[in-house]
Design a protein around this ligand. Structure first.
Ligand SMILES: *[C@@H]1O[C@H](CO)[C@@H](O)[C@H](O)[C@H]1NC(C)=O
Ligand SMILES: *[C@@H]1O[C@H](CO)[C@@H](O)[C@H](O)[C@H]1NC(C)=O
Ligand SMILES: *[C@@H]1O[C@H](CO)[C@@H](O)[C@H](O)[C@H]1NC(C)=O
Ligand SMILES: *[C@@H]1O[C@H](CO)[C@@H](O)[C@H](O)[C@H]1NC(C)=O
Ligand SMILES: *[C@@H]1O[C@H](CO)[C@@H](O)[C@H](O)[C@H]1NC(C)=O
Ligand SMILES: *[C@@H]1O[C@H](CO)[C@@H](O)[C@H](O)[C@H]1NC(C)=O
Ligand SMILES: *[C@@H]1O[C@H](CO)[C@@H](O)[C@H](O)[C@H]1NC(C)=O
Ligand SMILES: *[C@@H]1O[C@H](CO)[C@@H](O)[C@H](O)[C@H]1NC(C)=O
Ligand SMILES: *[C@@H]1O[C@H](CO)[C@@H](O)[C@H](O)[C@H]1NC(C)=O
Ligand SMILES: CC(=O)N[C@H]1CO[C@H](CO)[C@@H](O)[C@@H]1O
Length: 655
């Protein structure tokens, strides 16, 4: 196993953590952890934290929703008015359904995994949906959808995007692209191996020394560290625009942010999968976990519980902190949470690290030491120790007797779009805009695998009765072009036979990564993007989201609005406007499947036939396009080696 033979084990020689910068000098504030990256024992609050059963929303989420839903009313009206559905009075309708909130459309956005590709393609969608983006509310735009949304979920690379927005005061994608002087934010040309290139401020050795000190401080505080800690900290220098990548930023501190607590932004949620003790395989029957600003936990019947995010790593036992147990804060570092959701990349990071000139030996050695101490099959995990669900629900919880809870990349069960938090009936989501940047086919385009995984899971006992719209097989998906343009799934609520009308799942607006103005199928494990390339992928995602500002279909903004309204219209028995009917005829998958023999798409061929070209003429191929091909060529071998090394069952979705 080459990861082991890299270098001899070296004794770590790292000094104590560097002092945490003075809070007052950090421009965008939520460095909330008491001791930088190191979790720290604290006095328990008067009301000791507990684990709760997942039999409803948390009180805090419910209270927050009571503020957020009314705040979506104005942006939703504006959005619907701009969309200008023929013969539909948006003001009148929304005014009618807003009181009581039950019939007000409840919108969610979901950004898939897929490394930097997913971050950038997802960013294009968010940029288009954000009314703060100049031009996004002009004719053909979909700006305001973000302001009208209740939830925003992200997984793996999509989780980086969500975390970067919230870790930077819910700034705009445009502002992250623009960056500013002496900032490394979204400088994807400065790889995480080399770190920020800020002359006089930061060089590679200094950067890795900081990362190493941060991780050591967690270890010295008595918490096991894994590669996820290094990986998350390194990425934070690109994603969190604060000194040293904001080591004290926590996920739970999002809850304290003024704008968030005033419900001026959607509710962010990240997703990861649980690995069962003694088992490597991740299947659709593994427990899925979510992280939100208030809690982490699972709706699945295995755990069916939530722990308070702010007090993760307290000594919970059977759901409570015993008399002699400790409370801990600072475990939920933002970088550790987004690192957990994207843990598939960890081993890649470290494998590649040894090949890059200039990465100091001490960091290579530190990482090698971890790999050597771990069972090699476990090198991609994030360790949650102590396990918040220790002795919790022992008859169903696979880790009830273990002090460690192992979480891995949320896409490893193939559910690469974070629908999980959004199909829980307690959340009553009406529509999910799902950006899919999965690399399913030979050439790294999606073919609906992530959608099918969530559909298939809905039949398993572990889904606990959550439903999902029907999704066809891969050959149909590709043959009908459902992966090359937006497609709506689950349009007809009457097609769900559930006795309980509350169980009808959201309508899904599926937005696949496809080439509009740029070949956005860059490989998942490419760690480096020039800024023009980054911007071209973001713009391609923007053009996908708006159908090239309506030039590919001038009805598109109206059709987006119809999707937003669909479930609400059904609940209130309101006739569907004619224009919406035409939209649904055009964009809804109607249940048709295609006979593979007739499709010209070979089942099991990996989708090699699917080789789309840009939809719009005169796209900018970027000067560097040709030279990058050789990098991609090399990368393929690397990926094969990595898949072999880690033995990832589900690697197909990435490769
Ligand atoms: C965060 O953004 C809001 C507006 O979007 C602004 O009013 C506030 O000052 C910002 N806070 C910080 C700490 O930058
Ligand atoms: C989900 O699972 C929990 C725990 O097993 C159970 O109490 C609950 O009734 C289930 N919900 C549904 C809708 O089946
Ligand atoms: C609390 O958890 C830590 C870490 O697992 C453990 O070492 C310690 O013994 C626990 N303390 C109590 C009182 O349970
Ligand atoms: C998952 O659980 C279902 C029962 O709910 C079972 O039929 C199926 O075979 C299981 N799948 C795997 C991959 O274990
Ligand atoms: C769509 O509008 C955006 C923002 O105004 C612009 O950047 C982009 O180039 C436009 N797309 C096309 C295909 O014209
Ligand atoms: C369903 O869609 C297919 C193409 O996707 C179309 O050929 C067929 O006519 C549609 N069926 C109905 C009943 O609209
Ligand atoms: C309606 O539901 C059936 C049964 O679940 C499913 O096979 C069919 O594909 C669904 N139709 C559509 C259009 O989603
Ligand atoms: C779809 O993607 C899966 C997963 O990578 C692959 O196994 C399958 O062959 C692909 N099928 C098509 C038709 O693209
Ligand atoms: C991107 O897709 C095109 C076909 O659509 C293919 O020719 C090209 O090799 C792909 N690039 C990568 C990096 O897979
Ligand atoms: C960031 C970086 O330098 N990555 C390297 C990973 O390994 C491949 C192949 O060895 C290099 O081409 C990349 O440059």
């Amino acid at each position: 196993m080459h990861l082991r033979t890299l270098l001899p084990l070296a004794v770590l020689s790292c000094s104590a953590a560097e002092p945490i910068p003075d809070r007052s000098v950090i421009p965008r504030a939520r460095p909330d952890a008491p001791d930088g990256y190191a979790p720290r024992q604290v006095d328990c609050p008067a009301q000791k934290p507990t684990i709760r059963r997942a039999d409803g929303l948390s009180q805090r989420e419910a209270d927050w929703l009571a503020k957020r839903r009314p705040l979506t009313v104005e942006p939703m009206k504006e959005f619907l008015k701009r969309a200008n559905i023929d013969g539909f009075d948006a003001d009148e309708y929304i005014n009618r359904v807003a009181p009581g909130l039950a019939d007000l459309p409840n919108i969610a956005l979901a950004v898939s995994g897929g490394g930097y590709r997913a971050l950038m393609n997802g960013a294009g969608f968010i940029k288009a949906a954000d009314s703060r983006t100049p031009g996004s509310t002009d004719k053909g735009g979909i700006g305001g959808l973000l302001q009208a949304a209740t939830y925003l979920s992200g997984l793996s690379g999509g989780g980086w995007l969500v975390s970067s927005l919230y870790g930077n005061n819910f700034t705009t994608v445009g502002a992250l692209q623009a960056g500013h002087e002496d900032s490394n934010v979204w400088r994807f040309d400065n790889t995480i191996f080399r770190g920020p290139d800020l002359p006089g401020i930061m060089d590679t050795a200094r950067y890795w020394r900081q990362v190493s000190n941060q991780v050591d401080s967690k270890r010295q505080a008595g918490f096991p560290v894994s590669i996820t800690d290094y990986w998350g900290r390194a990425l934070a220098y690109q994603l969190i625009d604060a000194p040293e990548g904001g080591p004290a930023y926590t996920f739970s501190s999002i809850a304290d942010d003024d704008d968030f607590s005033a419900a001026k932004a959607p509710f962010p949620i990240l997703v990861a999968d649980a690995r069962n003790p003694g088992s490597r395989a991740i299947t659709l029957n593994n427990t899925v976990f979510e992280f939100n600003p208030y809690e982490m936990g699972s709706w699945d019947p295995t755990y069916y519980g939530f722990a308070p995010m702010r007090y993760l790593a307290s000594n919970f036992s059977a759901g409570a902190v015993p008399k002699d147990g400790h409370c801990v804060r600072g475990f939920d570092a933002l970088s550790f949470i987004f690192g957990t959701s994207s843990s598939l990349f960890n081993a890649f990071l470290l494998q590649n690290m040894t090949e890059v000139d200039g990465v100091p030996d001490f960091i290579v050695n530190a990482v090698t030491a971890i790999l050597t101490n771990l069972d090699e099959t476990s090198n991609d995990i994030a360790q949650f120790v102590p396990n918040p669900f220790y002795k919790w629900s022992p008859s169903t919880n696979p880790t009830a007797d273990t002090l460690e809870l192992d979480l891995v990349d949320g896409g490893l069960d193939l559910q690469n779009i974070p629908f999980y938090p959004l199909v829980q009936r307690e959340r009553a989501v009406d529509v999910v805009f799902a950006v899919d940047s999965s690399a399913d086919t030979t050439y790294s385009w999606p073919n609906g695998t992530a959608m099918r995984a969530s559909y298939e899971r809905s039949f398993n006992a572990i889904a606990n009765g959550t439903l999902f719209p029907a999704v066809p097989d891969d050959v149909t998906f590709v043959a009908l072009g459902l992966n090359s343009r937006p497609t709506f799934f689950g349009c007809d609520p009457a097609n769900f036979t559930a006795a309980d009308a509350q169980a009808v799942p959201p309508l899904i607006v599926y937005l696949p990564n496809a080439p509009y103005t740029f070949m956005s199928n860059v490989t998942t494990f490419d760690p480096s993007y020039t800024l023009p390339e980054r911007d071209a992928i973001i713009l391609n995602g923007y053009n996908a989201a708006t159908q090239a500002n309506g030039t590919l279909d001038d009805q598109w903004p109206a059709c987006v609005a119809c999707a937003v309204l669909s479930r609400s219209l059904a609940r209130t028995g309101t006739p569907v406007p004619d224009q919406c009917r035409r939209c649904f005829e055009r964009y809804c998958w109607n249940g048709t499947t295609v006979d593979p023999a007739a499709a010209g798409v070979a089942p099991g061929a990996g989708g090699a036939e699917y080789q789309p070209t840009p939809k719009l003429e005169g796209f900018d191929s970027l000067e560097s396009g040709g030279s990058r091909l050789s990098v991609f060529g090399r990368r393929r071998d690397e990926k094969a080696a990595w898949a072999l090394a880690v033995g990832v069952v589900a690697a197909a979705v990435w490769l």
